[in-house]
Each structure stands twice: as C-alpha cells, then as structure tokens.
Design a protein around this ligand. Structure first.
Ligand code: HSE
Length: 440
C-alpha cells in the first residue's frame, strides 16, 4: 500500500496484445508509476472468452473469467479497461460498467467515434470517468495535448497520419514503386495489416480518430457520420512518382479544420510538401500536426499501435483516474475538453464546400491546343494553376500524361471543371484527382 491507500482495482476486458503490454509495463515500471500516482494499480481480473489465450497473457497475475459481467458486477473493481474493440459487445459492456459506477478506460476508437456522445452522457450521469487516450494515435498523448496542453489556444486545424497500416503501404509503394495490391499482401505477411484490412485501407480507422480529435479541438459532438472518407485502394504508383518529382509526398491524412463556414472533417490521400516534417513520417509510425493560434504549429510523433506503446496510453489514463477519482465531476477535465453546455453544433461541411488545392493527372493526345482547352476550362471555373508537368510522349505513342497542380479552390468548382475536361475528345479516360495541402 502507498499512503495507506488500497491499490486501484482494475478489471480487463479482452486479453490480447495490448492487455499483455499493460501487464508488462505496470510490472516493469511499478515503482515509477506509484511515485507519480501515489497509489498502486492492480489488475485483479481479466475476462476473455478464450481463457487459454488469456492464461498466456496473464501468467497467473490475475483471476481469469470467461464472462465479462463477473468483472462488471464485482463491487471490488474500480475501473474497467475495455480492449475488445468494435461497436458491438464492447458498447454493451462499457455502458454496463458505467451503470455500475465504474470508471472506464478504452482503446476503442470505433466505439468512441460512433457512440461517444451517448457514452459520455451516460458517464456524466453516473459521475464516472471515461478515458480514451489510447484510442487516437496509440502511444502519442494527443488527447492530453489537445484537451489540456493546448487549452489556451483557438485550434485552427489538425492533420494526422493516424493509421500505421496505410502509412506503411504508402511508404513501400514510394520506396519500391510497387502497386497497392502487392504491398498490401506484404503488409499482411508481416502482420501489419489485418486479414480483413478494410477499416485501415478504406480510411475508416483514420476517420474514427479524426472525428474524435475534431470534437476535442473545436468543442463539437463526435461526428464520425459526417466525415468524408476515401482510402488508398485506388492510388497508383505513378501518382506517387509524379508527386515526388513536383516536391510532394502522398500520405493518407485525417484532416479537420475550422473555417468561417463550418468544420471540415475528411480523410483521403493527400499531397503534402516533402519538406514538411510530417512528410518524413515513414512506415507504420503516426504523427499529428496541430495548428493553434497562440502556440503556432506543434507536431506529435510516435507509435500509433503496438503492445507497450498502446499500454503506455492506457496506464496514463489509469493514473488520471487515480488523480481525478475524488474530484467533483464539474472540476474534472471535460470528456471533450469543453464544458458540456458549451459544446456547439457547428456544421460539418459537405465535401463540395471544402477548400483545398489539387493534383490532377490526365491522359491527353499529344497535339496542338490541348493544353489551351484544359487551362480555359480551369479558368472558366475560377481555378488557378500552380504548376504543370507534361511527360514527353514515349516513342511511337500519341498520348501522354499531363499533371497539373492548382491553387486553392472549392471542391464543387473542381468537380465541375473535371467533368468538363473529361468531355474533351483529346482527354482520354477519367481524370485522377488528389487533394493537396501545403500545411503552411
Ligand atoms: N489499425 C491501426 C493502424 C491500429 O494501422 O494504425 C491502431 O489503431
């Protein structure tokens, strides 16, 4: 016992990689954590339907049960850590834990992104804490930074490389010139990508995380359902190469911005200048760049997944619970950083209303006047060109690639311009459009 206090009693739902990390880190850094928290943390129960797998993780350090309700209904348990994932049973168990007056720590970004508002309301009613640092960018303490460290700022925008699987795939496509499908197979063999990697490669996982950051940054409800989401499945190596020639890298970014017309919330492949620090984030690493009016730009980099890195965030939440347990609800840090009655229903703008720059790639007939027709359409739609790259036609070929970078415009103007350009007989096939952010 530290200071005569009984250790914080914790029940773990879901014994997997992260659960194992929580045991390892708590054990290795026990003294250091106690010196900070002023109280011991003890994981006394673990629930998993696969009790054999749980034995391997727990190694006799806690009681294993196959029914999560044995933990939820145990009055000795102070905190439930939910590491099951997904929206289904995890939601039921988290709400049940809250209903019995337990604090909850979760790494479940899907759950917070989709049901966060309901979960926070239930937690407020019960006066318990729901902590979710591990849900966004794994070990990077971005929730703490946004909610507390940057609290003096009017946050302007956040962009993040917040999915390690897709960043690994894009890094490999750039390094080796391989296709998306080839690298995905490699990522699956290496264990980076799940057997069903849909949530990662379609941008859904990144959108979960971006929605949570958006809510905390701007004091709005969590609005995953309003996010515009595009993954990386259609990205071609040639676009990565052209981007490189023009001084850009392509990253899958989670983006949220405050504008005078509302909030932008979007996930899509994005060209960013290669000279920006965040552009050099390679492999499965994560990074989040935050623009605040007072602090300027800040950048947070680290492991977005993995056993001990995610455990680092989960344990930080446990220490916060020790610190805030005896503090009145209205004096704790609000779940979404802003006082509940100050959360605003600021509109999330439809994708047609957002403003950004663009990379366009067109296949054109190599003949007189083609460029003039295309630039006229762009000018007619009030779109200004920033750079042009025309590949010399290969010997014997009558068609060539034309790459255009534009200045900022509204997406609806770009959509109109592209549909006009695609009607030109000298333009072959569809135009490839990738959004571009200067991050300046
Ligand atoms: N699938 C996620 C990623 C794991 O690739 O980043 C952490 O959320």
């Amino acid at each position: 016992m530290v200071n005569g206090m009984k250790p914080l009693q914790v029940g773990l739902l879901g014994a997997g990689t992260v659960g194992g990390g929580v045991f390892t880190v708590l054990q290795r850094n026990q003294l250091e954590i106690e010196r900070r928290a002023g109280r011991q943390i003890q994981i006394s129960m673990v629930a998993d339907i696969n009790t054999e797998r749980a034995q391997e993780i727990v190694q006799g350090r806690a009681q294993i049960v196959n029914d999560a309700y044995q933990i939820i209904n145990n009055p000795e348990i102070d905190v439930v850590i939910e590491l099951i994932g997904g929206y289904g049973i995890a939601k039921e168990l988290v709400l049940a834990a809250i209903a019995t007056g337990k604090h909850v720590v979760t790494a479940n970004k899907a759950l917070i992104a989709v049901h966060g508002n309901e979960i926070f309301a239930a937690a407020k009613k019960q006066g318990v804490i729901v902590a979710f640092e591990a849900a966004v960018a794994g070990g990077i303490p971005i929730i703490k930074a946004l909610r507390e460290g940057l609290t003096a700022n009017r946050i302007e925008w956040i962009v993040g490389i917040i999915n390690g699987t897709t960043n690994f795939i894009l890094s490999e496509m750039r390094d080796k010139g391989s296709s998306f499908d080839e690298v995905l197979k490699e990522a699956q063999c290496l264990g980076y990508a799940e057997a069903d990697p849909t949530f990662d490669i379609e941008g859904i996982d990144a959108a979960h995380k971006a929605s949570i950051m958006s809510a905390i940054a701007f004091g709005v409800p969590v609005q995953f359902d309003k996010a515009h989401i595009e993954g990386i499945t259609k990205l071609e190596p040639i676009d990565i190469q052209y981007a490189e020639q023009l001084g850009y890298r392509i990253k899958l970014l989670g983006i949220t911005k405050r504008t005078s017309h509302g909030i932008e919330l979007r996930v899509h492949p994005t060209l960013i200048p290669a000279k920006r620090l965040i552009a050099s984030v390679e492999g499965a690493m994560n990074a989040v760049q935050v623009q605040g009016d007072a602090v300027g730009t800040t950048l947070y980099y680290g492991k977005g997944a993995g056993s001990e890195a995610t455990a680092s965030a989960v344990i930080a939440d446990l220490v916060d619970i020790i610190r805030y347990d005896s503090v009145e609800q209205n004096k704790r840090v609000p779940y979404l950083a802003f006082q509940e009655d100050k959360v605003m229903n600021t509109v999330v703008m439809p994708i047609g209303e957002i403003t950004t720059s663009y990379y366009l790639r067109l296949k054109v007939s190599d003949e007189t006047g083609v460029l003039a027709k295309i630039t006229k359409i762009l000018a007619d739609n009030i779109i200004s060109i920033d750079a042009l790259l025309q590949k010399e036609a290969d010997a014997g070929e009558s068609q060539t690639d034309l790459v255009i970078l534009t200045h900022q415009t509204q997406e609806k103007f770009m959509i109109q311009a592209i549909s006009d350009i695609e009607l030109l007989p000298t333009v072959k096939g569809s135009v490839t459009k990738i959004r571009l952010e200067e991050l300046s």
